[in-house]
Design a protein around this ligand. Structure first.
Ligand SMILES: [Mn+2]
Length: 339
């Protein structure tokens, strides 16, 4: 863990100022859960807080406490700009580079507000005044809990905040399957002690999918999956027609890539989706030592974590597929021996 700027967080959060809490574009459960909980914490400390997300969150997350008050910048850019220009403090959560909050980055860089980062991605950008950053944490939600604990403020955490943080931990660990540690269970246990009902949250997050979602998953596994056993690699692709036919929206393909890794001896998985004519999005996953973070940052303008990263490709769907297979050839022995 980078040495945290605890004193700056301690003094900053004690000021009754206007602040903005901001998470990344295409927000997931962790982006939502950590920013909602942190905003609730700051309000409990007397701050006036606006939560801004650059783009819409998945519909099935709208039950989360506080979600309805989030300002979606894509839909309300003027209100978003206004909130940022009035903010004396800006808290950036669950992202490490201003690019992830496109198109707000210029205004953010120019803002004179004090900028705080709480995040668990590798290599945070040096544009923040205070850091609470640890890439060994399973989620930003875990870090928010630890930060509040480090400031001796856990008594300010109520059940609602704990529920939001639990969603972040649950989703970023794939239901406590990936990137878990003793620390993860210690923090989760602390959240349960605050009144979180894990069965209730599990049902709300995972058992509220639509029929379309299951049919899309079936289509991916039956018709769009290519497995290369000799490379320890599997790929699922979705083309423009698939996007049209299944009316795929943000969040609909979440989790699909992980099914590939459930195969024996497959250690590298990719989901390639063509949402529009401009470019192709990739989700990369790995088991064990092989780093998809390196693969994503070196070849697909992306990044993330060692075992879970994202990126994009300007090639065609077919050529992107070829590129992944070529890369798998290049790294064949690392992939096969990764786990
Ligand atoms: Mn996260």
């Amino acid at each position: 863990m980078m040495k945290p700027d605890l004193d700056l967080f301690r003094s900053g959060t004690a000021m009754p100022v206007q602040s903005v809490v901001l998470a990344h574009r295409n927000p997931d459960g962790d982006a939502l859960g950590s920013s909602l909980a942190w905003a609730q914490y700051l309000r409990a400390r007397g701050q006036s807080v606006t939560v801004i997300l650059p783009s819409e969150f998945p519909q099935h997350m709208s039950w989360m406490p506080g979600a309805k008050d989030i300002l979606i910048f894509d839909n309300f850019p003027d209100e978003g700009r206004e909130a940022i220009s009035l903010a004396e403090q800006i808290y950036a959560l669950d992202f490490n580079s201003w690019e992830r909050v496109d198109p707000l980055q210029h205004q953010l860089l120019e803002s004179s507000a004090t900028k705080y980062l709480v995040d668990h991605h590798l290599d945070p950008e040096p544009y923040f005044d205070a850091y609470y950053s640890d890439s060994s944490a399973c989620s930003t939600a875990e870090l928010i809990y630890r930060l509040i604990e480090d400031m001796d403020q856990l008594d300010k955490m109520d059940r609602v905040m704990a529920e939001n943080l639990y969603v972040g931990m649950l989703t970023d660990t794939g239901s406590f399957r990936y990137t878990i540690s003793a620390e993860v269970f210690r923090v989760a246990s602390g959240l349960l002690a605050k009144g979180v009902d894990p069965g209730y949250i599990q049902n709300k997050v995972f058992n509220t999918q639509s029929r379309k979602h299951l049919e899309l998953l079936g289509h991916c596994l039956a018709n769009r999956m290519r497995i290369f056993p000799e490379l320890g690699t599997g790929v699922i692709y979705l083309n423009l027609d698939d996007h049209r036919k299944f009316k795929i929206q943000r969040g609909d393909t979440e989790g699909i890539v992980n099914y590939i890794l459930s195969l024996n001896k497959i250690n590298l998985a990719a989901l390639i989706t063509q949402q529009n004519k401009q470019y192709i999005k990739l989700s990369l996953r790995s088991k064990g030592d092989f780093s998809v973070q390196k693969l994503a940052s070196q070849h697909f303008n992306g990044g993330g974590h060692k075992n879970a990263s994202g990126g994009r490709s300007d090639l065609s769907l077919e050529d992107t597929m070829k590129k992944i297979v070529e890369l798998a050839h290049t790294h064949k022995s690392e992939i096969l021996n990764s786990f």
